[in-house]
Design a binder for this molecule. Structure first.
Ligand code: F3S
Length: 65
């Protein structure tokens, strides 16, 4: 099963993740990213791009059994 997490303690609200993969990441009212749905086969690649692109490495995307 695929998962995504955002460490909101270090998110600086750059918004890249929500642009790269809006199915999984959205900006909330405080302009911090939140995970709105876990990744699926269809968007796992873009979720990983979001994780790779986050300037403060706040995102973890992976698979767990
Ligand atoms: Fe925050 Fe990184 Fe997304 S800084 S808004 S988690 S790309």
């Amino acid at each position: 099963m695929m998962y995504a997490t955002v460490n909101r303690e270090i998110c600086i609200g750059c918004g890249l993740c929500a642009d790269a993969c809006p199915e999984v990441f959205q900006m909330d009212a405080d302009n911090l990213a939140e995970v709105v749905a876990q990744p699926t086969e269809a968007n796992y690649g873009s979720a990983q791009e979001a994780a790779d692109g986050c300037p403060v490495d706040a995102i973890e995307v992976g698979t767990a059994s």
